[in-house]
Design a protein around this ligand. Structure first.
Ligand SMILES: [Fe+2]
Length: 501
């Protein structure tokens, strides 16, 4: 059993217990208000380039009576804050002018039934002319955050909007797993409000839309609990929805992401099914592993009609994220992070099975689709990023977050640069007591992979966080710059780079 992403059993828990445990934790660690106090001075580690605490390595503290998503650096921060002219080790590339902003789950009631279900909070760092100009963190003012959870499935603006950040049509958006997205003010991360694209989408907006680099069109979908369960949309570069198609599927399944090529839309429908009875019974996670539902990949023309989609049944499995997809002759190739199971365990959140970074090849030349799978690596990797100038096009480079095996919690490690054709991996180990988070690629140069990776790094000894900037094609050399942040940044999900206009 590989205890990797999302793979741990849920422990029933009450907020009162959490506060009690938090108090005890504070007494033993020096917790004061919003963050853990440091454990002494910091020093530059020459090997990694990161600011590291002096002293010996320490084990990551873990309290088995507290759910893993409410302790350590999964625990929420209490304060919204801002800071300016941040300390920097190394040199920030002066070509990086813009805002790095990352979304994540930060339950403001200090309680949540899972890491996935806390209120969305953005953490942003603005870089200009080689300077770290500012840091801000802000809650996303969803209906759920402002008015409280009304219960039931997320609808409209009553969702957490905690999964991703998207920049399209000059607007910064946040999205949750289900429900409508929110527009965010780029200047201060304040919430403009919920958006339905001028009444063009009714239910949901995926956390993982895709921009076609040839047209600038945004391809996306939403899934829902009633028919149509799955709907595909295209928005033009201004954000106007120009195409929508309900995609026939038999049940409301969790479809977290999808892929495009220059000619195709690629769906994977896996047997994690929304169970209405479980939801009505108050299950923490109404999505259940139902392998008897089967799994399938679907290929339809980019911007095409639902009637043109073709499906191919595959072995039951689950996929949150792909690295990228491309067409090669009659074949559609998708590189993705695959699990053999997901959410096993009845009404509780359950385990993922074995994981791999896999290459799926779907042959489209015959009367029926063909399917084959090649394992690129069995290294436990997640939260991929790629050079988005090559979205839907043949690419060589993927960057992913290392998932360390830990029986107690989700443990993030370093950043892996994977050469996708060969499976060769170059690693950046963030060093003593440090844990990276999702990397995001920002282009700087003409060739694929020429650019920078941005990732928040947490040190569990000092309880401090840093923004690391890595040369994407030379991750093993460590950060070219490390930016010290005024408070820890909890482990989160997905970010985006908003370039200065
Ligand atoms: Fe995701």
């Amino acid at each position: 059993m590989n205890h990797n992403l999302f793979g741990l059993m849920h422990t029933p828990y009450r907020r009162r217990d959490f506060l009690k445990q938090l108090s005890a934790f504070a007494l033993t660690t020096g917790f004061s208000g919003t963050m853990l106090s440091g454990c002494g001075g910091v020093a530059l580690d020459d090997a990694s380039g990161l600011i590291l605490p002096s002293g010996e390595p320490i084990a990551m503290p873990f309290d088995s009576s507290i759910p893993w998503w409410l302790q350590g650096n999964f625990a929420p921060v209490a304060d919204e804050t801002e800071a300016f002219d941040l300390p920097v080790q190394g040199a920030i590339p002066d070509t990086l002018n813009g805002l790095y902003v990352r979304n994540g789950s930060n339950p403001h009631a200090a309680d949540s039934s899972h890491w996935f279900f806390g209120d969305g909070m953005l953490h942003g760092v603005r870089l200009e002319n080689g300077k770290a100009v500012s840091y801000r963190n802000r809650y996303i003012h969803t209906d759920k955050y402002v008015d409280g959870d009304s219960g039931g499935p997320p609808t409209g603006g009553n969702n957490s909007s905690n999964v991703s950040a998207i920049y399209h049509g000059g607007k910064l958006l946040t999205s949750g797993e289900i429900g409508l997205p929110f527009e965010i003010n780029v200047s201060d991360l304040s919430t403009v409000g919920v958006t339905n694209f001028d009444n063009s989408i009714q239910t949901s907006f995926t956390a993982h839309p895709k921009t076609d680099p040839a047209t600038g069109n945004l391809h996306f979908f939403g899934y829902w609990f009633a028919e149509p369960y799955l709907t595909y949309h295209v928005a033009d570069p201004t954000g106007k929805v120009i195409h929508s198609q309900p995609i026939p599927v038999d049940k409301p399944t969790m479809v977290h992401s999808f892929a495009i090529t220059d000619q195709d839309v690629v769906f994977w429908e896996c047997p994690v099914v929304f169970d209405l009875a479980a939801a009505a019974a108050g299950a923490d996670n109404p999505f259940q592993w139902q392998p008897e539902y089967g799994a399938r990949v679907g290929i339809m023309p980019l911007g095409g009609m639902a009637s043109e989609i073709r499906w191919k049944e595959i072995e039951p499995c689950f996929v949150f994220h792909e690295v990228n997809a491309f067409r090669q002759g009659d074949d559609v190739v998708v590189d993705l992070c695959k699990y053999s199971t997901m959410f096993q365990g009845g009404a509780s959140l359950g385990g993922s099975g074995e994981s791999s970074l896999s290459r799926w090849t779907i042959g489209t030349g015959g009367d029926e689709l063909s399917f084959s799978e090649q394992i690129i690596t069995k290294a436990s990797l997640e939260l991929p990023t790629h050079d988005r100038r090559f979205s839907g096009r043949k690419n060589q480079h993927g960057w992913l977050l290392e998932m360390r095996d830990d029986p107690n919690t989700v443990d993030f490690g370093g950043i892996a640069h994977v050469e996708l054709d060969s499976g060769n991996i170059s690693m950046w180990d963030p060093g003593l007591n440090n844990h990276a988070n999702e990397p995001f690629f920002v282009p700087d140069g003409d060739g694929e992979g020429e650019g920078w990776l941005l990732t928040y790094v947490f040190n569990h000894s000092s309880s401090k966080s840093y923004l690391a900037i890595l040369n994407a094609l030379d991750v093993e050399s460590g950060p070219v710059a490390s930016i010290e942040l005024p408070q820890r940044v909890p482990f989160g999900f997905h970010g985006v780079w908003v370039p200065n206009s």
